[in-house]
Design a protein around this ligand. Structure first.
Ligand code: UDX
Ligand code: UDX
Length: 452
């Protein structure tokens, strides 16, 4: 991670969530003086007391290291008084119709006081194409012509957001005025990356196009995996072989139990809606979404293959967050899976190394939360790996096998080595890798041992 270089521009950040705090910490580390505001008083209180309200590896120490260059406030007016360039990092969740909810963005724009001072508002939150034009009109209607507008979308993966900020594949800057775009580009001067300077609508579309393409890649490999299961091929080697073709590339070809998180599901839906609202039916994205929903549910069939009806069966879900290295539960596949298992009559117990607190509110009372892997699998008829946390790599042990009522592992992330899991006496199902007919015998043998 780079140390502060000190070319010291005052940078405002509105929204102290995942994106806002990473942006604030990284700009401070690049030597800028950052003023970060949020409407949530508990968040600001925590940050002022040196506590970080999100889980993102490295953010806490980066904020601490750059404490002298960071300040936190509840007042947007403070930010505007002290900074000419202000990044908007508020949340843009989906509405019931699948469009992006821009109420937080609107609130920020409406909160800009009448001021004669020149500012540049930089949109980092993902917003539908056309939002920049609308905000521009709104600012002009309010007599705030001197406020510039720039689109600078984020491409931060949770869990590795600091590296994505400091070593990005590209920096996208879309501006109405060249000088405003240049002012934003200057903030990133110490970062080595291609900079795409363009118009606002194209910058907004680059963000949607990128996320929709990555989501399509995941749904594609998930379908390839499902076919592999039918024909006895191994998706691991298939993805490797495909990915070596430079035109395809090796990334985002890991099959699993569907994509989740705060971006892919909402952005794919929002692009589909955006196209639909403009009169274009984006057929491919409809399939990408449907494949993703079905993928979350395929675990149920794999459990039934070995256990028959799931009524009264105890199923341990290992991992709840939408991916490893985050406590984020937004659109996590675990939510749909837990609900499906419960409607099949299963008793669901779940464990996650960091997301348990967040999960409590989301999963409801029907799911028992365990404090460790061992507690979760004790008495369970199956252990389902939902999130690829490193600590689950060592699941196939004698201790776990003896604790379980039935030695069945359904690996939704292809985290374990099938041979090792089976050698340890487990029946083992994964995604897109050949099943082993002897798995049935392993469960039968275990039952016979238990009876004798
Ligand atoms: C958000 C968007 O959802 C996403 O589309 C975008 O690409 C990145 O930013 P995230 O940072 O993960 O994602 O959101 P969240 O962690 O919920 O943080 C948003 C913060 O903004 C919250 O702390 C909220 O209190 C704050 N906020 C919201 C404001 O400060 N002002 C408002 O008017 C509304
Ligand atoms: C994503 C984008 O990658 C990032 O650029 C930004 O726009 C925000 O959204 P994030 O949601 O944090 O980042 O995580 P990401 O690593 O992209 O994973 C998203 C989902 O796809 C996760 O549920 C993950 O498990 C799943 N995934 C990812 C797969 O199932 N297979 C893969 O090969 C990659």
């Amino acid at each position: 991670m780079s140390a502060a270089r000190g070319n010291g521009t005052a940078v405002g950040v509105v929204g102290a969530g995942y994106v806002g705090l990473v942006t604030a910490a990284c700009f401070a580390d690049l030597g800028h003086d950052v003023v970060c505001c949020d409407v949530n008083p508990e968040r600001i209180e925590a940050l002022l007391a040196g506590r970080v309200p999100i889980y993102e590896p490295g953010v806490e120490s980066l904020l601490e290291r750059n404490r002298a260059r960071l300040s936190f406030t509840l007042e947007l007016a403070d930010v505007l008084r002290r900074c000419r360039i202000v990044f908007v990092c508020v949340d843009t969740p989906p509405t019931a119709s699948g469009d992006a909810d821009l109420s937080r963005v609107d609130a920020v724009v409406a909160g800009i006081p009448q001021t004669g001072t020149r500012h540049v508002l930089v949109m980092k939150s993902t917003v539908p194409v056309g939002t920049g034009d609308k905000v521009r009109l709104e600012l002009t209607a309010r007599g705030l012509d001197q406020i510039g507008y720039v689109s600078n979308p984020e491409f931060l993966r949770e869990g590795r957001a600091l590296a994505d900020f400091m070593e990005p594949d590209r920096i996208v800057i879309g501006a109405f005025e060249g000088a405003d775009g240049q002012a934003v580009a200057d903030l990133y001067a110490d970062i080595e990356a291609p900079v795409i300077r363009t118009d606002v609508a194209s910058a907004e579309m680059i963000k949607y196009g990128s996320n929709a393409f990555l989501a399509t890649k995941i749904s594609f490999i998930n379908e390839i995996a499902n076919v592999c299961e039918e024909v006895g091929a191994d998706v691991g080697v298939v993805a490797q072989g495909m990915g070596l073709d430079e035109r395809i590339g090796p990334h985002f070809l890991r099959p699993g139990i569907g994509f989740g998180g705060s971006c892919f599901p909402k952005d794919v839906n929002a692009l589909k809606q955006l196209a639909g609202n403009s009169g274009y039916h984006f057929q491919l994205l409809t399939a990408v979404i449907e494949v993703n929903e079905l993928q979350k549910r395929r675990v149920v069939g794999k459990l039934e293959k070995h256990l028959g009806s799931l009524r009264g069966r105890r199923i341990a879900m290992l991992g709840l967050a939408f991916k490893a290295n985050t406590d984020d539960m937004r659109e996590a596949s675990s939510i749909v899976l837990a609900s499906r298992l419960r409607s099949e009559g299963a008793d669901v117990v779940a464990y996650d190394p960091v997301a348990t607190e967040k999960a409590r509110g989301v999963l409801g009372d029907g799911v028992e939360l365990a404090g460790s892997v061992l507690e979760a699998v004790t008495g369970a008829d199956a252990a389902v790996i939902v999130t690829e946390w490193g600590e689950f790599r060592h699941l196939a042990t004698r201790v776990v096998k003896e604790a379980m009522a039935t030695p069945l592992i359904v690996d939704g992330r292809n985290l374990l080595d099938p041979r090792q899991a089976r050698a340890a006496g487990f029946a083992y199902e994964s995604v897109g890798r050949p099943a082993d007919p002897a798995d049935m015998l392993r469960i039968a043998a275990d039952r016979a041992d238990a009876v004798s």
